[in-house]
Design a protein around this ligand. Structure first.
Ligand code: ZN
Length: 243
């Protein structure tokens, strides 16, 4: 019997479809949000999508939180995280080893209720780097649309541009809103909302990772800080089209 839908990303029937696809990268501790084999071809899954997962798990705020909360990767290990000024490793559960590589006092300050540690990220937020991050988030987004609304919607033409963007085949602009909530639930989750935005109904996403919330859209990719769906203190990270 012929497959009804091609690969969700490259729209080809030509490659094998033997692997399941993790919507949240496995390295982030995800075992639940999975698309079964048959939806994403092995070529996309093991190629471009694997590279995008790696970019996401190495994004400094996420890398830091993984170690801080002891989140195990696919091998059952908590990976160490190296940053510009700090190396961190979980020696055993609940025991975090922090190596400060600089004695600059503003990185580490003790106070009555504990301490404040400032971690300096290793990646400059260049246009090229933000684009890679955005593509990693769009990859998750399209897979969530598939999981929530089914193959027909996820294969609709309105997501064709997103497919090309995820695979790195076209230039684009877009932004992420990053919100830090100390009171946010300590979980990893991606949520999908269909909301009216800029005069149309679009898919919009909240990605939560242990107290950091990242919001983005795919059909409307630019977010302004005047957007009424944003609450609290928000940093907008944007990438623009190449000139
Ligand atoms: Zn494919």
């Amino acid at each position: 019997m012929k497959k009804r839908y091609p690969c969700l990303f490259c729209l080809s029937f030509d490659n094998p479809f033997t692997s399941e696809e993790h919507i949240l990268p496995r390295g982030l501790g995800n075992v639940l949000k999975i698309l079964p084999p048959g939806i994403v071809c092995d070529r996309c899954n093991n190629g471009e999508l694997a590279r995008l997962d790696e970019i996401l798990t190495n994004f400094d705020p996420i890398k830091f939180l993984r170690v801080f909360h002891g989140i195990e990767n696919r091998d059952g290990k908590v990976p160490a995280s190296k940053h510009i000024n700090v190396d961190m490793a979980m020696i055993n559960p609940g025991h975090l080893n922090v190596l400060l590589k600089s004695n600059k006092s503003d990185y580490f300050q003790e106070h009555e209720k504990g301490f404040t540690l400032s971690v300096v990220g290793g990646h400059k937020l260049t246009n090229a780097y933000i684009k890679k991050l955005l593509r990693a988030f769009y990859k998750m987004g399209l897979e969530v649309v598939y999981g929530d609304l089914g193959a027909r919607t996820a294969h609709a033409k309105r997501f064709d541009e997103i497919r090309r963007i995820v695979l790195g085949n076209c230039d684009f602009s877009g932004s992420l809103a990053v919100v830090k909530h100390p009171d946010l639930e300590q979980i990893a989750r991606i949520r999908h909302h269909v909301i009216p935005m800029k005069g149309r109904k679009v898919s919009f996403f909240d990605f939560y990772y242990y107290g950091v919330e990242i919001l983005y859209g795919m059909e409307v990719r630019e977010i302004g800080d005047d957007e009424n769906l944003l609450t609290g203190k928000v940093d907008i990270i944007s990438a623009s089209k190449c000139k």
